[in-house]
Design a protein around this ligand. Structure first.
Ligand code: SF4
Ligand code: SF4
Length: 400
């Protein structure tokens, strides 16, 4: 049986609602969104996934993180003013959103910063579950052990944790000793709570980002994910941009939308392949080949799905998009920021299309500003910043 069939079968057995939602999202990514893109002049059917960024605050300072940080000073690339980390939408405002959107049954993806720092997280998951919607959470796992049982009781469908390699590599990337062990205890606590409560959910997914810090250790991840009891493992290539792409983007955003787009600055990484990292990088294509021959019984996917001989181009030629020439994500997913603002893009939220605190979500989804973004994007094929954005590669996730 192929890895893809295995994954679907496993998911359908554990959580039919989530499997159905994923099948629907895949269909929207690959077919529905292309229809909207081609024929609907910037309009789109309601999104398959609504991503709620619950907080910008985080309890870790990971090396590869492209988000602003609380301890950065004015003038530093990752600086944001203190209120940025205090933004928070109330539970009742999220309840209004759930009530409004539940008829089209979107999947609700919760992320951050660290989503466990949002004080009403468990209650929010319970409300999403009661409304008949599926929920996913992407966490660094630092607070997982403490909340394991209530997470299972609340009805979380999909638990996504990031692991960068064996304990010493993970801790080095995450910037603190003991993070791996804490994550391990958290996952064990969730597994135990599932057993005690007789629950098949949440499904556990491990996400590994391939970055210079773990170039030499990615082949350890299938074993680690398997030992953690994960249901699947997804590798992302690290996302980054260059000064030239960023400056071109900033200029275009001024021309098209009259906005000052600066969110790319923390993702600036001219040195992804500097002299120091090149030594370990050389082994990466070989590691990718080894990964393909893994014997661990676990569906493993890669996003974007690039071949070993394309790896160098990913890091050195930012114009290369490996066959993904248009962004369909803006027809399928929507992003809500911790202050309620809605934006089409996950990591570059410079263009705001409305606020759920002020307007109904669906009014925003096909409002003038959202449509203008989709129209301009189609006209330009991609914006300069798009070439190393995770959402460009939504339909390029493939099993290896
Ligand atoms: S846990 Fe996530 S949000 Fe927090 S610093 Fe690490 S990568 Fe960034
Ligand atoms: S690819 Fe571009 S338009 Fe699409 S979500 Fe990413 S930054 Fe936004």
């Amino acid at each position: 049986m192929s890895a893809l069939s295995k994954k679907w079968l496993r998911l359908a057995t554990q959580n039919p609602a989530l499997a159905w939602n994923k099948a629907r999202t895949t269909f929207r990514n690959r077919i529905g969104a292309r229809w909207d893109y081609s024929f609907r002049n910037g309009q789109a059917k309601p999104p398959a996934t609504i991503c709620i960024k619950l907080t910008n605050a985080c309890n870790l300072r990971c090396q590869m993180c492209g988000q602003p940080r609380e301890n950065a000073c004015p003038g530093e690339a990752k600086y944001a003013p203190p209120e940025f980390f205090r933004h928070s939408v109330s539970l009742e405002q999220y309840q209004r959103l759930i009530d409004e959107v539940k008829f089209f049954r979107p999947n609700i993806y919760l992320w951050g910063g660290e989503p466990f720092l949002y004080p009403h997280l468990i209650e929010l998951i319970a409300r999403i579950h009661r409304a008949g919607l599926t929920s996913q959470i992407n966490t660094n796992g630092m607070l997982l052990e403490k909340h394991a049982r209530e997470l299972v009781e609340a009805g979380l469908d999909d638990l996504i944790v990031s692991i960068d390699g064996p304990a010493e590599v993970h801790d080095a990337v995450r910037g603190r000793e003991g993070v791996f062990a804490r994550l391990q205890r958290g996952i064990a606590a969730v597994t135990e709570a599932k057993r005690e409560l007789g629950s098949r959910t949440p499904v556990l997914r491990v996400r590994g980002t391939i970055c210079p810090e773990n170039f030499n250790q990615i082949t350890d991840l299938p074993r680690i994910a398997h030992e953690f009891g994960a249901d699947s493992l997804n590798f992302n290539w690290t996302w980054f941009t260059t000064a030239a792409a960023g400056a071109a983007h900033q200029k275009l955003m001024r021309q098209l939308f009259d906005i000052e787009a600066s969110s790319w600055i923390p993702f600036l990484s001219e040195s992804v392949l500097d002299r120091k990292t090149r030594a370990s990088f050389a082994a990466l294509p070989k590691q990718l080949q080894i990964l393909k021959k893994q014997s661990v019984d676990l569906p493993i996917s890669l996003s974007p799905h690039i071949r070993p001989d394309q790896v160098e181009a990913y890091f050195t030629d930012i114009q290369q998009t490996f066959g993904c020439r248009d962004c369909y994500s803006v027809y399928v997913k929507s992003y809500i920021l911790p202050n309620g603002d809605v934006t089409p893009c996950p990591d570059y939220p410079d263009y705001i299309v409305g606020s759920i605190v002020q307007s109904p979500f669906l009014q925003i989804w096909n409002g003038d500003r959202y449509r203008k973004w989709r129209q301009e994007l189609k006209k330009h094929r991609l914006f300069p910043i798009c070439t190393r954005c995770c959402d460009l590669y939504l339909s390029s996730v493939q099993f290896i």
